[in-house]
Every structure is written in structure tokens, then in C-alpha cells.
Design a protein around this ligand. Structure first.
Ligand code: ADP
Length: 391
């Protein structure tokens, strides 16, 4: 434990910070530095300084406002707060006293005089305003505070409206873009189908392989576009519950995705229990389940495994997708459900994707009153669990 008296110095100028720290530390004090008002308030909350020195001219909350806030903290009731300012205009001293300071030091800092000046305040010196001057000054100070507050509220409201408008534009743009891209893609998928069925004539082996690659990539593109379109839709619409047989839905998905997993060298295991009818949005649920299995395939290197488990009881349906893949660091496990977030978002990342899959999963699951959780550690795989209540 350090039992030297502490000075909390709130100042944005690095030269002044260094100077005061050097002077006061040479005199046996510990100096805590804060670069602005909120930083100073946070530091004050967790310390018990012998004195707080506040530069008046700091960005954001100014020194007066910061002082008023500090004055309201019960553990600082007896602590001197000293203003420091280059403002030598008439009234600056009074303004700082009315804001809650106990004294006032003018800049430039006097290296020789500073320790003495501060130790006087620590020793009990307090500057006070005369009774008759205090009331009008306080009124003027309050007035100014409310004016600043009003201006900030106005600015924040305008900034918020602008952000909402931009968000709306972004959503419109994404919806238009994905519609525009889906139209040509439909025709690509149609022709691929004709090739695969042999309708357009027999293909050589190498042509067949090329068509497979085109097909795989076209389906990846379709899934990504569907996620993009879907996110725009689920954001703005309510789910429409119909009777769903989740078991059949998962069987269909597995039949579609298992060959894909096995073609990338993965072991696909499953344990599926038939489920009772569930009232839900079939398309939304299918999209969510597909995203989880897709991710498991995508983030598991060759030689690994994927296990899909479906369980059912009278109270809920539980779908679990487990993989032995790359895993997710603890600090990212909440963020991965935020739209567009990816653990590796660099353009050089080895996995394709747009960061929308899990946002959709969470949205769909919440819309059904359910929960989605993840258990994972880097290098040892991930397990995503969806629980859907039958309420
Ligand atoms: P996308 O897969 O399109 O990037 P998602 O929203 O589905 O978007 O996933 C967000 C991020 O979460 C992924 O980019 C990845 O970093 C991480 N993630 C999701 N599922 C897994 C998983 N099974 N294994 C490892 N990381 C995963």
C-alpha cells in the first residue's frame, strides 16, 4: 500500500501533466492524472485524494462542471478542490468558487510556489465567497449549466435523428442490393441445375467438376444474400407462427448439409429425437438452424467433427450444434451475435461470411421466446445451443 498523500490532477495538456507530476512527486506526493472530466470523476470515485487540482479549460465537461460533480461525492466532502486556469478575467475566481472549488491558482504554473500553494489547501486553507455575492453568482452558474445541458440535448437529438436516418438508408441499400443480386443469381442457379441434370448435354469429367465448384459457390452466395435479405425482413416484421415439425425440418437440413460437410473432410454425427408439433415460424427457424450448421462446417478444419443433437420434451425443444473447430475467444462470445461482427474481420480472413448469421439466429430465437447460448474455447471447438419453449 502506498501511504503518500495523493493528488488527483485533471488536465488535458501533457506538458502540464508532466510538470505538475514532477514537481509534486519530488515533494512526496503521488499524482494521479486524468485527461478530462469524466476520466477524473471515474478516478475520484475509486480513490481518496488529499487534493484535487482541476484545469478549468478541459474539453467536454469543463473544469467548473467537473468540480460541481466531484463536490457531490460524499467521500470528497472534506477534500480541497483547487481550480487552475489561465483565465485571469474578472469573475473567474468567483465562478470557480461558486462551482465548488476551494481555491484558485493561475497559470502559468509556478514550479517553486506550487508545492507551498497546494500544501496550504491540504492544510485547511479555504477561499470563500461573501454571502451577498454568492446567491447571484450561483443563479448565473445554474443558468449557464442548464443552457449547456439544453444545447447538448439538442445536439444529441439531432445526431440521433441523423443516425436513424442513415441506418434506414443503409437498410434500404442492403435490401435493394440483395434483391438486385438475387435476380441474376436465380438464373445462374437455374442453368446450373440444367447442367447437373444433363439437360444441356453430357459433360466431361473436368467440366462436371467445374460445374460443382460453380454450384457450391453460387449456393454460398445465395445463403449470404438470404441472410442479408432476411435480416432486413426480421428486423421489421413479427413472426407468424404455424405448426412446425422441427424434426422433419432438421432432417431435411442435415440431408442437405451432411454431404457438404463430408466433402470438406468432416465427420458428421447426429442424434435426432422426433419432436412434437411446435408453433413457430418455419422459414425463420430453418434459416437459424442452417446458419448454425453452416458455421460449424465453415469453422472446422478438415479431419474434425460436427455433431447435431435434437431433443424434445413437453416444455421445450433443444437443438445443439457442436463442432471441433477453431473455437471463439471468451471476449468475443457475446459480440458474435451482433450484426456484421466477425472474430476475424480482415479481408484476408480464411472464412467467407458477412457476420449476419448469428444475428439472425439470435433474433429468430428471441422472437420465439427462446435462448441461444455458446460454449467455446479457442482451439477446442464450439457448442451452440438453442432452447425453444413450448409456451
Ligand atoms: P459469419 O459466419 O457470416 O462471419 P456469423 O454471424 O454467423 O457470421 O458469425 C459471426 C462470427 O462468429 C464468425 O465470423 C466467427 O468469427 C464466429 N463464429 C460463429 N460460429 C462459429 C463456430 N462454430 N466456430 C468458430 N467461430 C464461429
Amino acid at each position: 500500500m502506498n501511504d503518500q498523500p495523493t493528488i488527483l490532477y485533471i488536465e488535458d495538456n501533457a506538458d502540464n501533466q508532466r510538470l505538475v507530476r514532477r514537481i509534486m512527486e519530488a515533494c512526496g506526493y503521488t499524482v494521479l492524472l486524468a485527461k478530462d472530466g469524466p476520466d477524473g470523476i471515474a478516478l475520484a470515485r475509486e480513490s481518496q485524494p488529499a487534493l484535487v487540482l482541476v484545469d478549468i479549460n478541459i474539453p467536454g465537461l469543463d473544469g467548473y462542471e467537473t468540480t460541481t460533480r466531484l463536490r457531490g461525492m460524499s467521500h470528497l466532502r472534506g477534500t480541497p478542490i483547487v481550480a487552475m486556469t489561465a483565465d485571469s478575467r474578472v469573475g473567474a475566481r468567483e465562478r470557480s468558487l461558486v462551482a465548488g472549488c476551494d481555491g484558485y491558482i493561475t497559470k502559468p504554473i509556478d514550479p517553486r510556489g506550487l508545492p507551498e500553494q497546494l500544501s496550504e489547501f491540504i492544510g485547511g486553507k479555504r477561499e470563500v465567497l461573501s454571502h451577498e455575492s454568492e446567491a447571484p453568482l450561483l443563479r448565473a452558474y445554474n443558468h449557464k449549466l442548464v443552457e449547456r445541458l439544453e444545447q447538448q440535448v439538442r445536439e444529441l437529438t439531432a445526431a440521433n435523428a441523423e443516425l436513424q436516418e442513415l441506418d434506414q438508408l443503409k437498410s434500404q441499400f442492403l435490401a435493394t442490393l440483395s434483391h438486385e443480386l438475387r435476380t441474376p443469381l436465380t438464373s445462374i442457379l437455374g442453368y446450373l441445375d440444367l447442367f447437373e441434370r444433363g439437360t444441356l448435354g453430357a459433360l466431361s469429367e473436368i467440366q462436371g467438376q467445374a460445374i460443382d465448384v460453380i454450384g457450391r459457390n453460387a449456393h454460398t452466395l445465395t445463403r449470404q444474400l438470404n441472410n442479408l435479405l432476411y435480416l432486413q425482413e426480421v428486423r421489421s416484421s413479427q413472426i407468424k407462427p404455424v405448426p412446425v415439425t422441427v424434426y422433419d425440418m432438421v432432417l431435411r437440413l442435415v440431408a442437405e448439409l451432411q454431404p457438404q460437410a463430408e466433402s470438406t473432410g468432416l465427420n458428421f454425427e447426429m442424434s435426432l429425437q422426433p419432436t412434437m408439433i411446435f408453433a413457430g415460424d418455419a422459414m425463420a427457424l430453418e434459416q437459424a438452424f442452417r446458419n448454425l450448421i453452416d458455421n460449424a462446417i465453415k469453422f472446422t478444419p478438415r479431419g474434425g467433427y460436427i455433431r447435431v443433437t435434437l431433443a424434445d420434451d413437453p416444455a421445450r425443444i433443444i437443438l445443439r450444434v457442436e463442432d471441433s473447430g477453431v473455437g471463439i475467444p471468451a471476449e468475443a462470445q457475446e459480440k458474435i451475435f451482433v450484426p456484421f461482427y466477425q472474430v476475424d474481420s480482415s479481408l484476408a480472413r480464411p472464412y467467407p461470411g458477412s457476420g449476419l448469421g448469428l444475428a439472425i439466429v439470435r433474433h429468430v430465437v428471441y422472437a420465439h421466446g427462446g435462448q441461444v447460448t455458446v460454449r467455446s474455447a479457442p482451439g477446442s471447438g464450439s457448442t451452440f445451443t438453442i432452447v425453444l419453449p413450448r409456451s
